[in-house]
Design a binder for this molecule. Structure first.
Ligand SMILES: NC(=O)c1ccc[n+]([C@@H]2O[C@H](COP(=O)([O-])OP(=O)(O)OC[C@H]3O[C@@H](n4cnc5c(N)ncnc54)[C@H](OP(=O)(O)O)[C@@H]3O)[C@@H](O)[C@H]2O)c1
Length: 336
């Protein structure tokens, strides 16, 4: 099935990743885009070969040629735009975090279900070829029983004029909502869901209304213990090395970095009694966003299961909310 895309919010991530991925994926076409400024929308459309440019959501959602939308605006707009898109009968790929909170996420899920459209979350790390290899290694027992994991994704990101990430009404929070949700989702994908969470979530450095430093300790349903760190307060001069996944088992260890590669490139080692096996991927490897789009099309057009249904986005938000509750109360929080 041909996917004819409309992009709601053709900003930074649409520019750097999704529009090029739509161009690269077979059977995908970019039909229309929105920005708040018509001239800016037209400029984006011209650059990426979209047929139409709009300065509002309603006109794009009424465009009969568009059969799917990519919601690429800041998080506070995801709930309204997703519900409107569902009501317009469009399938939806929504950027992370799915919403500002789990209540909004549930409304989005209900709207997609009521209108019989696909709603997928853009957790592209699940389509990183190294992460898919890690999942296969874990599932085939290459490191025995998984007992511990650690996923880190951090950078130094102080407030800057004109940048919305430090505004909680727009972003929903600090690094936990920006970077941490990627770690939580990747942990869920690789090692299974969390059962309980204890966390420290603090504002340590910046004069900001959002917490800038978060460390989570999770117990997974299989019993394994995991640590997620997502900070905007730690200088990360070598993200290729320090934005990493470590999975520990009774028979070995898997380490991989970086988690944010847009071409799957990076290190991946399996370390067991047999030695070190190297599964590194070089630059120019498989592009997660392209694989994600192909999978979206297989769901929409081929009836294949949605690989990242909105319920997965909801599960990540529930962990974020439990982490905050733990940080407030000093208690470990059980997840439903
Ligand atoms: N998966 C990833 O790795 C990744 C990476 C980066 C971002 N993201 C996610 O992608 C989403 C967008 O991030 P971004 O960095 O691309 O954001 P952005 O460039 O700041 O904004 C994206 C678009 O949203 C529009 N927009 C911003 N504020 C708006 C408002 N108040 N009303 C209406 N439209 C508004 C912008 O409009 P104008 O064009 O008119 O300015 C722009 O077109 C976020 O959810 C973010 O977390 C994901």
């Amino acid at each position: 099935m041909t996917i004819s895309w409309g992009i709601l919010g053709a900003g930074r991530i649409a520019e750097s990743q999704m529009a090029p991925a739509i161009a690269a994926a077979s059977g995908h076409h970019l039909i229309a885009v929105t920005r708040r400024d018509q001239a800016a929308a037209q400029q984006f459309a011209d650059k990426h070969g979209a047929q139409r440019a709009y300065d509002n959501d309603e006109t794009l959602l009424a465009d009969p040629q568009v059969n799917a939308v990519y919601v690429a605006t800041p998080p506070h707009l995801h709930v309204r735009q997703t519900i409107q898109a569902a009501q317009a009968g469009k399938h939806i790929l929504c950027e992370k975090p799915l919403a500002l909170d789990s209540g909004q996420a549930r409304r989005m899920i209900d709207a997609a279900r009521a209108n019989r459209v696909t709603l997928m979350v853009c957790y592209y790390q699940r389509f990183n070829a190294r992460h898919q290899r890690i999942k296969a290694l874990v599932e085939e027992g290459a490191i025995g029983q998984v007992t511990a994991a650690r996923i880190s994704f951090s950078e130094r990101f102080p407030p800057q004029p004109g940048v919305w990430h430090h505004d909680p009404d727009i972003s929903g929070g600090g690094p936990l909502m920006d970077l941490g949700v990627h770690c939580i989702d990747l942990l869920r994908y690789l090692c299974g869901p969390a059962q309980s969470v204890a966390a420290l979530v603090d504002t340590l450095v910046d004069k900001s209304p959002v917490a800038d430093t978060a460390t989570l300790l999770l117990q997974l349903t299989g019993g394994a213990q995991a640590v997620v760190t997502s900070h905007w307060t730690t200088a990360n001069h070598d993200p290729e090395r320090f934005n990493r996944v470590e999975i520990y088992g009774t028979e070995g260890t898997i380490v991989a970095a970086p988690i944010q590669a847009k071409d799957s490139a990076g290190a991946l080692q399996l370390i067991t009694a047999d030695g070190v096996q190297d599964f590194a991927v070089g630059p120019g490897g498989p592009r997660p966003h392209v694989a994600l789009l192909e999978s979206f099309a297989a769901t929409v057009g081929g009836g294949r299961p949605n690989p990242i249904p909105a319920e997965e986005g909801l599960a990540g938000l529930a962990v974020v909310e439990a982490a905050r509750e733990s940080a407030r109360s000093g208690k470990r929080i059980e997840l439903a």
